[in-house]
Structure formats: structure tokens, C-alpha cells
Write a protein that binds this ligand. Structure first.
Ligand code: ADP
Ligand code: F6P
Length: 319
């Protein structure tokens, strides 16, 4: 392969820039040219393509967001959009693409591979909800941001003897909520993967209150939702003043942590190596401390079990 493309797609995640840098420089080291495809799959459809050199990716390793911009592209899912994307690849001589994003972006990469453009997926999302990998770029930074925010909320909850419900991101997944909840010593963690009854949460708060605890942090995943209403019900049932906070997009920004920068660099490197060996239709993943890769179909069919052991640890240590 002489020329490859790189794009970021779906929700941005801190560390995507480090991955782009790694892709560009590894490819150049291996004698390939690199085209930046801007705004995800929309850039392929619209021909929003830039040349990237080793210097184009200077001074980005420490920045959140993505210098290539990102987008969600409904048009790419249509046959017409796909044909325009392929035409752009032909026009710019793009022979393979590194796609940095989540499961949705991987599906797009699978379709492109089927149409003759080999793609390699690199996992980038703060949710850590990609089944084929134990780790996704951005997760560590997002957790650290969420923990920093909840620590601040704890100061005021403690001063007022209040209960605070904090919603963290994760539309379909509770990984961010679980790890954040453990790290902040939450009294309860609510995730979409596990059923719960608000009445049980209320009883737990009351028991802890009788045992001398006077302030409470409840971490709630976005996929559970309804923190405002839950706060009202908890306050009405317990008599404890209760507030809710939705952390929102603050979790998606900020300088990536060491873990995200290093992981992004390793994964970007691995993706380019695969393309340089003529291997497409694959995804890069982290498993048992190593960077590995899988066939994209196999990856998309994998299931990621919720870490119930970790959840039990959270329960045992929140009494
Ligand atoms: P993520 O990659 O973070 O999961 P999305 O699910 O929003 O984010 O997907 C990003 C983009 O990938 C979508 O806007 C679309 O262009 C493409 N995509 C998503 N699902 C599919 C699919 N089933 N087939 C083809 N392309 C898809
Ligand atoms: O997938 C990452 C994520 O931040 C989810 O946690 C969240 O549900 C979603 O993206 C929010 O997306 P948007 O960028 O559309 O607000």
C-alpha cells in the first residue's frame, strides 16, 4: 500500500489525537503517504481530504478532541453514500483506512472493506463499551475527569449533609459509572446492565444514615437516566436533602492521561502495521496486557460481559 487514510468517527474521545499522530508517523516511517479524512465518514463522502505529514501532527499528543474533527454520518449507511465514499478513495488514491471510533464506526469500516477498501478499526470511545477490547482510548481520561468532578461534589454534599446523585456518560453502558463509582467511594452505583429498585436504594441510604453516615454519593450511568426525578423521590422518602448533577460533555474533553496517550500510540502503530502487511477488515484490541487484533466480523459478534465481580466489590465496600 502506498497511500492510506485515517479518520475519527462517532463521539470524540481524549487520546484520538495521539492515535492519529501515531498512525501518521508510523505510516510515514514505513514509506507510505497519509491522507486525513475530516469529519468521519462525511469527509469520505464529501471529499474533505487533507495531506498529512509528520509535522501536521506535531503538538497534538496532549490535546483532547480530534484534529480531524468527527461526525455521525447517516448518509454513509446508504448505498449512494457508500459509492461516493469509494469514489473519493479512488480519486485520492486511498488504498486502506484506519478508522478510529466505536462499534458503529467499525460497522462502517466493515462495509468499506466489503467494497474493496481494507480498513482497520482502532477503539476510541470514553464508554469502554466495545466488546472486542478490554480498553478503549479515552476511557481513562473520562474516568479521571468524572472522579475529579465528583470529588468536588462530595465536598459540598459533606458540608450540607446531603445526598448527591451524579450522572456520568454511557448511553448503553455502565463501565464508566462502575469504575468512577468505586474510585469516589459511592454509596450506590446504578448502571443500565443491572436492574435495581429505587426503594432498595432508599433503604440502603437509611441504613447507612442510622449507622452514622450523613452524606451520600450515588453514581448513575446516563443509560439509567432520570436523576432529577430520582433525587426528588429520595429526598421525599428519606428526608435527606438531595441534589442531582449531570456531568455531561465535560467528560469527553481535556488532555488525555498517560494511559490514553500510550495506548493510542500503541494501537495506531498496530493498525498501520496491519495495513502495511496487506491485512484489512480487522480491529485492534487490548487483551490481557497486550495489543492484539481480530477479524472485524468476529469482533462485532463478541459480547462484553458486565464486570459483576467489580460491582460486588463496590457493594461490599459501600456500607
Ligand atoms: P461509534 O463509532 O462511537 O459507535 P456511531 O454509532 O454514531 O458511533 O457510528 C459512527 C458512524 O459510523 C455513523 O454515523 C455511521 O456513519 C457509521 N455507522 C454506524 N453504524 C453503521 C452500520 N450499521 N453500518 C454502516 N455504518 C455505520
Ligand atoms: O459514546 C460516547 C458518548 O459520550 C456516550 O457516553 C453518550 O451517550 C454519547 O456519546 C453522547 O453523544 P453526543 O455527542 O451526541 O452528545
Amino acid at each position: 500500500m502506498k497511500t492510506i487514510g485515517v479518520l475519527t468517527s462517532g463521539g470524540d474521545a481524549p487520546g484520538m489525537n495521539a492515535a492519529v499522530r501515531s498512525v501518521v508517523r508510523t505510516a510515514i516511517s514505513l514509506g507510505m503517504n497519509v491522507k486525513g479524512i475530516r469529519r468521519g465518514y462525511n469527509g469520505l463522502i464529501e471529499g474533505d481530504i487533507i495531506d498529512l505529514s509528520a509535522r501536521s501532527v506535531s503538538d497534538i499528543i496532549h490535546h483532547g478532541g480530534t484534529m480531524l474533527y468527527t461526525a455521525r454520518s447517516p448518509r454513509f449507511k446508504t448505498e449512494e453514500g457508500m459509492l461516493e465514499a469509494i469514489a473519493t478513495c479512488k480519486k485520492y488514491g486511498i488504498e486502506g483506512i484506519v478508522v478510529i471510533g466505536g462499534d458503529g464506526s467499525y460497522r462502517g469500516a466493515r462495509d468499506l472493506s466489503l467494497h474493496g477498501i481494507p480498513c482497520v478499526g482502532v477503539p476510541g470511545t470514553i464508554d469502554n463499551d466495545i466488546a472486542s477490547t478490554e480498553y478503549t482510548i479515552g476511557f481513562d481520561t473520562a474516568m479521571n475527569t468524572a472522579v475529579e468532578m465528583v470529588d468536588k461534589i462530595r465536598d459540598t454534599a459533606q458540608s450540607h449533609d446531603r445526598c448527591s446523585l451524579v450522572e456520568v456518560m454511557g448511553r448503553h453502558a455502565g463501565y464508566l459509572a462502575l469504575q468512577t463509582g468505586i474510585a469516589v467511594g459511592a454509596s450506590e452505583i446504578l448502571v443500565p446492565e443491572l436492574d435495581f429498585k429505587l426503594e432498595d436504594v432508599i433503604q440502603k441510604i437509611l441504613t447507612m444514615w442510622r449507622n452514622g453516615k450523613k452524606h451520600f454519593i450515588i453514581v448513575v450511568a446516563e443509560g439509567v437516566g432520570g436523576v432529577d426525578e430520582m433525587a426528588k423521590q429520595i429526598e421525599a422518602a428519606t428526608g435527606i436533602e438531595t441534589r442531582s448533577t449531570v456531568l455531561g460533555h465535560v467528560q469527553r474533553g481535556g488532555n488525555p492521561t498517560v494511559r490514553d496517550r500510550v495506548m493510542a500510540t500503541q494501537m495506531g502503530y498496530a493498525a498501520v502495521k496491519l495495513l502495511s502487511e496487506g491485512k484489512g477488515n480487522r480491529v485492534v484490541a487490548y487483551k490481557d496486557g497486550e495489543i492484539v487484533d481480530y477479524d472485524i466480523y468476529e469482533a462485532l459478534n463478541m459480547k462484553k460481559p458486565f464486570d459483576i465481580d467489580m460491582y460486588e466489590i463496590a457493594q461490599a465496600t459501600s456500607i
